[in-house]
Design a protein around this ligand. Sequence first.
Ligand code: PHE
Length: 344
Amino acid sequence: MRQEIETILAEARARVAGVREPGEVRDLRTHYLGRKGQLTLALRSMGSVPAEERPLLGRLANEAKAELERLLDQRLEEALKRETAAHLERERIDVTLPGYPVGPGAPHVLVQAMRELEDIFTGMGFAIAEGPEVETDEYNFVALNIHKWHPARDMQATFYTAPDQVLRTHTSPVQIRAMLEQAPRLPLRVIAPGRVYRRDPADASHLPAFTQLEGLAVDVDVTMGDLRGVLLEFVRQFFGPDTKIRLRPSYFPFTEPSAEVDVSCTVCGGSGCRVCAGSGWLEAGGSGMVHPQVLANGGYDPAAVTGFAFGMGVERMTMLKYGIDDIRLFLQNDLRFLGQFRSM
Ligand code: PHE
């Protein structure tokens, strides 16, 4: 028995000295001291030795156990230290290496387009007006002749935030706000660029949140000729001097008469191509003469003044200008896309 304990201990010493990995140390601990470990089993067979030998043997066995535990602890600590050191060495960071170059940023292509549009219209005497994106049902619809029952409410799938509150579906409510702020003073000439929201799924030509630019002019004797002149000047400056426009009869509840604005195709110049489906024209926005009721809702006397209004999608204008074929690119922040518009 005594011989057995000494043999086990000698062998264990040698094996512990020979291992390096924490896992190996743990295996050895199980091998000798685990529930079915060699030393454990030896201690357990103590019952079968003669009573007079037990005290001595018991002490021996306990000493062997204590020594082995100490050796294993020591070895494990060393192994763990070595492991940590190796880990740190592997992940060493050379803080003196030069970093990756970070170039200067640039305004997003849509921001650039907004600024250009604002410059063009302020150059023609328009001031910039603003309104909230969370708008009242009253301003977004009712004051624009779109009453509760009006079918035009279905044309613009609306996000309601409260029974009488919406995320504005267009920038036209700013027409009402601008008129109420300034009436009865003349002339009133404003543009209102800003975010609008519609419950449309995103695809290549739709986003649930996009940008519009509204225009409004109110004065004595404003005519549809003025509307046409302003829009023509705008497209010439924005798309190029040879650009043409076409006003196509249409319907909006807040303008009468109303017209769809087409621009000559920015790809083929009007001769017909795939982009304009052979027609030579591209849809650019809505427009018309401000409805007398809308003038009155804004605080103006429809017997004394007239006005024109127009609205366009800023993403759409930007897509036509640069030949961008998917509106979602504006939101994806892909630098390969955005980098093409850095220095404009
Ligand atoms: N508000 C209309 C729309 O969102 C566009 C429009 C603006 C039409 C002004 C006429 C006059 O579709």
